[in-house]
Design a protein around this ligand. Sequence first.
Ligand SMILES: Nc1nc2c(c(=O)[nH]1)N(C=O)[C@@H](CNc1ccc(C(=O)N[C@@H](CCC(=O)O)C(=O)O)cc1)CN2
Ligand SMILES: Nc1ncnc2c1ncn2[C@@H]1O[C@H](COP(=O)(O)OP(=O)(O)OP(=O)(O)O)[C@@H](O)[C@H]1O
Length: 214
Amino acid sequence: MSRSGRAERPTAMVAPHILPQHDSASDAPALAEAKAALRRRLRALRAAPLPADTPAALCRRMADCVRAGLRPGATVAAVWPLPGEIDLRGLCAELHHGGYGVLLPETPPRGHPLRFRLWRPGVPMQAGRFGTLHPDGPVARPDFVFVPLLGFDRRGFRLGYGGGYYDRTLAGLDSVPAAGYGLSAQEVPAVPVGRHDVPLPVIVTERETIRCGA
Ligand SMILES: Nc1nc2c(c(=O)[nH]1)N(C=O)[C@@H](CNc1ccc(C(=O)N[C@@H](CCC(=O)O)C(=O)O)cc1)CN2
Ligand SMILES: Nc1ncnc2c1ncn2[C@@H]1O[C@H](COP(=O)(O)OP(=O)(O)OP(=O)(O)O)[C@@H](O)[C@H]1O
């Protein structure tokens, strides 16, 4: 049974990649339920303890990814950690000290894109929706976006917390370069996708930098 008390649909579990498409702005119910079921599984998996060097290995790859593609002075969107997530605060500090502008998202009401604000070490953080924290710095446009995820596949599709925030945000940023990031343990064979889900070109894990679809 799902959290809502409804039975989960077997088709959604067996072949999530061939679910019928829906005509409205939201995902069709079967697709939404397939995503919700996968989210529950991936959240549970996140509770497992991590090897001590894993977060540092991931952050190192993410910093390399920025330095390979952008010059200092460019702005990079990261996130401030929510409980249970990989902590990118060390990466934020490293990028800031390397001359990059570090942006963090402010979470708007559901249905709206994220707004990114400039962060620097010590800047006051404001409490936002869903327990998120954002800096009170000026709003700025990212030159590059790191996209958090609960799960991903090798095609570059990802699953987040279900707000649809990143798909909306990237759709509004006119082909800004972006990379997903997460743990290799968060990889699944095929994330269930709807018409708003746009695959990411790159996903960085602690083990590899995946060029999706390559
Ligand atoms: N650190 C971080 N910041 C982020 C995101 C993220 O994934 N990670 N977001 C990515 O879009 C946006 C916030 N989106 C969110 C959308 C829904 C929920 C949410 O429903 N949270 C659940 C608990 C989820 C869990 O702990 O697994 C809740 O509040 O009950 C949280 C954030 C912007 N900031
Ligand atoms: N660009 C968009 N325009 C309209 N609706 C969208 C857009 N992107 C996503 N949605 C809708 O938002 C809802 C949540 O999307 P989805 O389940 O893909 O979220 P998510 O990627 O897990 O969340 P997040 O991006 O916040 O981490 C779905 O109903 C989806 O169809």
